[in-house]
Write a protein that binds this ligand. Structure first.
Ligand code: NAG
Ligand code: NAG
Ligand code: NAG
Ligand code: NAG
Ligand code: NAG
Ligand code: NAG
Ligand code: NAG
Ligand code: NAG
Ligand code: NAG
Ligand code: NAG
Ligand code: NAG
Ligand code: NAG
Ligand code: ZN
Length: 319
């Protein structure tokens, strides 16, 4: 069976994917995320997988986590086209969009963004969770180390080859509809890409800054992990921002009511397109602050007893 899937995959996958790419899905028990560690075992069964549940009280302070510098995020003409991939909605960015700073080792090129969701606002579908809370949606901006010249093959072979920026999306409170305007514009394209592999050029002026409005981009969690879809390469420096983007409920609902997972409209609507959380396996999650403002995950008291005591005191004050 696996062999058959791999053979089919080599015929059907679009160019740019390796021949080893397997057919995977979110919906069918034969290929949903519980099977990925078997059908794409090379990486999906690894020990540094994403997404994870972030335990906010265990995030370790790190003064190195400075602010980012975003290039062309204010530019309203960087979004090229928007595609229904059958698993998500992906927006391709023009070249020259970059992110640096934020303790990244160098500049990274922002290549595309895509989204994960559940079933409207009633069934949340973010990939990361914070203290067990799942948000309605999560936006991922995928960035590749600039020195690798846009080669994703090289990037996935480097443990920090990619940098992903994760933004939670939450429903606005109140009765607002069609808001914010940039999200209204972006989601207006969903009606043009209802079927898998549909793609249209983006002709409206929209900037990344407008989509990310309301997020304090100096407050984030950082950890090392993986792509959240097969082949799950462990090549990703994850940044998960604490503040959510607020989008009106009607626009959130459009994702789960407009898009189909296959080439005809009798196929299922695209819902619950997120991977379940993966084991942390002792990885450290860091955030802004000095190391003493948050208790270490484990073992720090053996390093420095006063530090351990301070952490303990901090914990007692919190609960
Ligand atoms: C995923 O597949 C497993 C079996 O492989 C099944 O038990 C589970 O219910 C499926 N989950 C979804 C959401 O389809
Ligand atoms: C993951 O799968 C690979 C290939 O099937 C295997 O060599 C490896 O031992 C597996 N790793 C784990 C942690 O199960
Ligand atoms: C912060 O950066 C310095 C210099 O690059 C490094 O030596 C140190 O280990 C970093 N601290 C943490 C907590 O990563
Ligand atoms: C897009 O940005 C350009 C340059 O900053 C500006 O002149 C133009 O008015 C913007 N267009 C819209 C629709 O905001
Ligand atoms: C979509 O935009 C990307 C990035 O500019 C480009 O490589 C690709 O050819 C475009 N696809 C279509 C169908 O226009
Ligand atoms: C960000 O850009 C500003 C202005 O161009 C510069 O002063 C600052 O050093 C940059 N920070 C980083 C982390 O690159
Ligand atoms: C999503 O929600 C709609 C309306 O609430 C419901 O009809 C549909 O069955 C749900 N889909 C899934 C996959 O749960
Ligand atoms: C990227 O391009 C530069 C300049 O063309 C070259 O020096 C460098 O070796 C390339 N790096 C990779 C990883 O291909
Ligand atoms: C929302 O709309 C309902 C009915 O239209 C109204 O009763 C309610 O006060 C509105 N709520 C807010 C927060 O505007
Ligand atoms: C998207 O669909 C609308 C309504 O059907 C249509 O007017 C518009 O031309 C389409 N845009 C593109 C880029 O295909
Ligand atoms: C989409 O944009 C590309 C250039 O970026 C252009 O070559 C192509 O003709 C456009 N497609 C449509 C349908 O307008
Ligand atoms: C949609 O796909 C199904 C099976 O994949 C097929 O039976 C049906 O004829 C298709 N409908 C159209 C309108 O192409
Ligand atoms: Zn993603």
């Amino acid at each position: 069976m696996n062999r058959l899937v791999v053979i089919i995959a080599t015929i059907l996958v679009p160019t740019g994917y390796s021949a080893a790419e397997v057919l995977w899905c979110y919906h069918d028990p034969s290929c949903n995320d519980t099977t990925w560690s078997t059908i794409a075992s090379e990486h999906c069964n690894g020990s540094h997988q994403s997404p994870i549940n972030i335990i906010s009280a265990s995030a370790v302070g790190d003064t190195n986590l400075t602010e980012f510098n975003f290039t062309k995020y204010r530019d309203n003409s960087t979004m090229k086209n928007i595609t229904n991939t059958g698993e998500t909605v992906k927006v391709k960015l023009t070249s020259g969009v970059q992110v640096k700073g934020g303790a990244l080792s160098e500049a990274y090129d922002s290549l595309q963004f895509h989204l994960h969701w559940g079933n409207g606002t009633s069934v949340p579908g973010s990939e990361h969770t914070v203290d067990g809370t799942r948000y309605p949606m999560e936006l991922h901006i995928v960035n590749s180390k600039s020195s690798l010249n846009g080669s994703t093959t090289v990037a996935v072979a480097d443990s920090t080859g990619l940098a992903a920026l994760g933004f939670f999306i939450e429903a606005m409170t109140g009765n607002a509809t069609g808001s914010p305007p940039a999200w209204k514009t972006l989601t207006s394209y969903l009606a043009n890409i209802t079927l898998k592999d549909d793609i249209v050029n983006i002709t409206h002026a929209i900037s990344l800054d407008e989509l990310l409005e309301g997020v304090d981009r100096t407050k984030y969690y950082r950890y090392l992990g993986s792509l959240t879809t097969p082949n799950c390469s462990e090549a990703v420096v994850w940044t998960v921002f604490k503040d959510p983007i607020r989008v009106s409920q009607d626009l959130i609902d459009l994702f789960s009511t407009t898009l189909h997972i296959d080439h005809n409209s009798t196929s299922a609507l695209m819902t619950n397109v997120f991977r379940n959380i993966q084991p942390v396996n002792g990885r450290m999650v860091t955030t802004q602050g000095s190391p003493t403002t948050a208790p270490p995950v484990s073992g720090a008291s053996t390093k420095c007893s006063s530090l351990g005591l301070m952490a303990l005191a901090w914990m007692l004050l919190r609960v």
